[in-house]
Design a protein around this ligand. Structure first.
Ligand SMILES: *[C@@H]1O[C@H](CO)[C@@H](O)[C@H](O)[C@H]1NC(C)=O
Ligand SMILES: *[C@@H]1O[C@H](CO)[C@@H](O)[C@H](O)[C@H]1NC(C)=O
Ligand SMILES: *[C@@H]1O[C@H](CO)[C@@H](O)[C@H](O)[C@H]1NC(C)=O
Ligand SMILES: *[C@@H]1O[C@H](CO)[C@@H](O)[C@H](O)[C@H]1NC(C)=O
Ligand SMILES: *[C@@H]1O[C@H](CO)[C@@H](O)[C@H](O)[C@H]1NC(C)=O
Length: 312
């Protein structure tokens, strides 16, 4: 009985290893390990546009010569390496299971296809292709290109006009320049944990400068050309002004409605009190006097009593 925990411990210790061994029991991986003593990599850097379909080629050998190809992918935001492999005997392996696949060109050249490229796919892609007699190893640093969202405006700062041009959340950082060789432009660049850059360029304008033709030029690898923005008097300010005006109008209307409703209620109450007081007084007297003299007499007596009540 005392031995039982040891047995459990042994099983627990051995189990993950056993699983791991069976998981990597691929003849392709085994081959790669034997031939991997001094691995020399050809290193390449590549960047692709977000959302594009990417084709990564490592060797220009075709399947006529090749025996197998293994991609070992170490994605930046994925803690585990994964593999995609294929050999000429038709064996394949895909531990990534995220849509990446091996494909052939029409000339039987192998490439890795990455659909809808996103920052999830950023990382180091190692490719090993073995053909008769030799092998080729590539290490490709794959980066992403994300266009920034851009804006420009004019704002007042300590009685000075400042033109601001901003390129937000782009990879890599955008380049901003001004059409006017204004004297002092300040550039602020910041980046967040996921590698997105925000660049803000401030141009102080000389007093009384004509801003008609002032524009900022933003360059980013995502765009073929450059983007030109003309800063207008602060958009945000105008927007807030509009919001404020709308709010004031709504409050005003609400106030008017409120008072109108109050007035109506008061008027109704007045009318109601008129309605309730009048029939008991004058009109019945006339009407009743003609029809029922007795009732009118009683009412008159009552009213006399009432009035005498008032005098007491
Ligand atoms: C290991 O590989 C051999 C040879 O390819 C195969 O026969 C066997 O079924 C594999 N074992 C596992 C657990 O995948
Ligand atoms: C690529 O070509 C090889 C060799 O002709 C073939 O075995 C494999 O099935 C092809 N792969 C795809 C995805 O078409
Ligand atoms: C590509 O991925 C983004 C999010 O990562 C998604 O919003 C978009 O719909 C995808 N596009 C296609 C064509 O799958
Ligand atoms: C900007 O230029 C004006 C003259 O064009 C100069 O008087 C001023 O000192 C300059 N400002 C800065 C901050 O360089
Ligand atoms: C602005 O540009 C137009 C055409 O390029 C030019 O005719 C005009 O003189 C410029 N205005 C100023 C104030 O520089």
């Amino acid at each position: 009985m005392r031995d039982m925990p040891w047995i459990y411990a042994a099983i627990i210790l051995l189990l993950p290893k056993a699983c791991h061994v069976s998981g990597t029991n691929q003849t392709i991986s085994a081959n790669s390990d034997t031939s991997s003593s001094p691995k020399l990599y050809v290193v390449r850097n590549e960047a692709f546009n977000v959302g594009s379909d990417v084709n990564l080629t490592c060797s220009n050998k075709t399947w006529n010569e090749m025996m197998y190809v293994i991609w070992t992918i170490d994605m930046k935001y994925n803690p585990k390496e994964c593999k995609i492999a294929f050999d000429t005997e038709g064996r394949s392996d895909d531990s990534c299971k995220d849509g990446k696949s091996l494909r052939n060109t029409s000339s039987a050249q192998s490439y890795l296809h990455i659909p809808n490229f996103s920052d999830y796919d950023v990382g180091v892609y190692k490719c090993e292709s073995v053909y008769r007699g030799a092998n080729e190893n590539y290490k490709i640093h794959v980066a992403i290109t994300v266009p920034p969202s851009i804006s420009a405006w004019l704002e007042r700062k300590d009685n000075r006009m400042v033109a601001v041009c901003k390129a937000e959340s782009g990879i890599p950082a955008a380049n901003i320049s001004w059409s006017h060789m204004g004297n002092s432009s300040t550039v602020k660049t910041s980046n967040d944990s996921r590698g997105f850059y925000t660049v803000e360029s401030l141009l102080e304008l000389p007093e009384g400068m004509d801003t008609v033709n002032l524009s900022c030029v933003i360059r980013h690898p995502y765009w073929k050309g450059e983007k030109i923005l003309v800063p207008e008097l602060q958009k945000g300010y105008v927007l807030w002004l509009c919001v404020l005006i709308v709010v004031v109008i709504i409050v005003f209307l609400a106030g008017v409605l409120f008072f109108a409703q109050k007035k109506i209620i008061m008027l109704r109450q007045c009318q109601q009190s008129d309605d309730t007081s009048s029939p008991s007084k004058s009109p019945p007297i006339e009407d009743v006097e003609e029809v029922e003299p007795y009732a009118s007499y009683i009412q008159r007596v009552n009213s006399i009593y009432n009035s005498s009540d008032l005098y007491t």
